[in-house]
Design a protein around this ligand. Structure first.
Ligand SMILES: NC(=O)c1ccc[n+]([C@@H]2O[C@H](COP(=O)([O-])OP(=O)(O)OC[C@H]3O[C@@H](n4cnc5c(N)ncnc54)[C@H](OP(=O)(O)O)[C@@H]3O)[C@@H](O)[C@H]2O)c1
Length: 331
């Protein structure tokens, strides 16, 4: 098919290692090889997109680059039986938006094994309200459940609670019947977190133990941590016997101090979450739950929609921890 011109955010690297973002026109001829071409209707903003857009080489090695680890849209060309032109589809993570041109452009071309048919009972826009954040929250809840954390086990703590993954985790846990406590730096958003289903809101300062004791009073049946650093250490030291802690993020710090005691005295499990390489079949399972039994009751309060032109300032805001809930990008 003839090449199409399309609008995209492009991040350029200068000789001084500065990263400049602009909205410009690109061609489908410039997209990488792949067997499915998708016309993107919606993307969403994740912390990782901000890392990519500001030159974090752990996320994106080569520039110029179009970020956007999430995309939902309509198949325009397909070299595989599984997808036909007109099918609605979702792509999140894998290499999308990292070193493969991403969802902050009207078109993506990707391998078909990255593409998920739009889950039943979900619109393209709703799929991006969830996006990688919702998927990661769903994976975290699923891992706690596999480790035997049930609504009867006791309170579950979510950190970075007003952020994308955090707000989704609070809402999904509440929907699944858990008693949820939420750690936030935005205590003025207590009402928002309570509406999502948190029964207790804890300030970031109160979530960090400074006593240096190796163990603390058992408090949490499970923890979904999105921030790392001292909040993660404190949560691990406060785990109930045989409780579980999931770890997916590093906005506070990629490092955390811990001894072996939570593991050998309380049988704690520390579970890593890697949404990028999460197996396809389990991904589909999580998507289907997000569209049904885990669908938050107050989805409408959890997101805002912006055009591509307004992504630039939001990138700066998310790096400062200032975004509340999810940002859906309309292409
Ligand atoms: N492993 C994976 O597969 C995976 C997948 C998705 C995301 N992630 C990671 O998970 C993390 C969250 O991603 P996101 O997209 O949800 O980001 P986000 O929307 O920016 O949410 C992060 C939240 O963390 C809190 N926070 C920010 N700075 C903090 C600090 N210095 N100390 C403590 N808390 C802080 C803020 O919430 P409050 O103001 O409410 O505290 C912020 O809204 C990121 O590190 C991201 O890279 C990993």
């Amino acid at each position: 098919m003839d090449a199409k011109r399309f609008k995209a955010m492009v991040v350029e690297e200068t000789d001084e290692k500065k990263y400049l973002r602009k909205i410009t026109e690109r061609s489908t001829d410039d997209l990488p090889d792949g067997d499915v071409l998708i016309r993107v209707e919606y993307s969403s903003l994740n912390y990782k997109d901000a890392l990519s857009a500001t030159g974090n080489k752990g996320v994106t090695r080569k520039f110029p680059h179009t970020p956007g680890i999430d995309a939902a849209g309509v198949v325009e060309e397909s070299a595989v039986e599984k997808f036909k032109p007109g099918d609605q589809a979702v792509v999140t993570s894998y290499d999308l938006g990292m070193n493969t041109s991403g969802g902050f452009g009207r078109y993506i071309r990707v391998p078909s094994d990255w593409v998920i048919p739009l889950p039943d009972a979900m619109t393209l826009k709703e799929s991006m309200v969830f996006g990688t954040a919702g998927l990661t929250a769903g994976m975290s809840v699923s891992e706690l459940q596999k480790h035997g954390v049930t609504p009867d086990s006791g309170e579950v703590l979510v950190t970075g609670a007003t952020g994308g993954v955090g707000s989704m985790a609070v809402a999904i846990l509440a929907k699944a019947g858990y008693n949820v406590s939420a750690v936030t730096g935005k205590t003025d958003q207590t009402g928002f977190l309570e509406k999502l289903g948190a029964s207790r809101v804890i300030s970031r300062d109160d979530a960090v133990d400074t006593s240096k004791r190796p163990m603390l009073k058992a408090r949490w049946a499970g923890v979904i941590d999105t921030v790392g650093g001292p909040i993660l250490s404190t949560a691990l030291k406060s785990i109930n016997p045989f409780g579980a802690v999931t770890c997916c993020g590093l906005v506070a710090s990629p490092e955390f101090e811990i001894t072996v005691f939570p593991f050998i005295l309380r049988g704690a499990a520390l579970i890593g979450i890697d949404s990028q390489n999460y197996p396809y079949d389990r991904r589909v399972e999580i998507w289907n739950k997000l569209g049904s039994v885990w669908k938050p009751d107050h989805m409408e309060d959890m997101w805002e929609e912006i055009p591509l032109e307004e992504v630039d300032p939001k990138i700066d805001l998310i790096l400062k921890g200032g975004v509340k809930g999810r940002v859906v990008v309309k292409l």
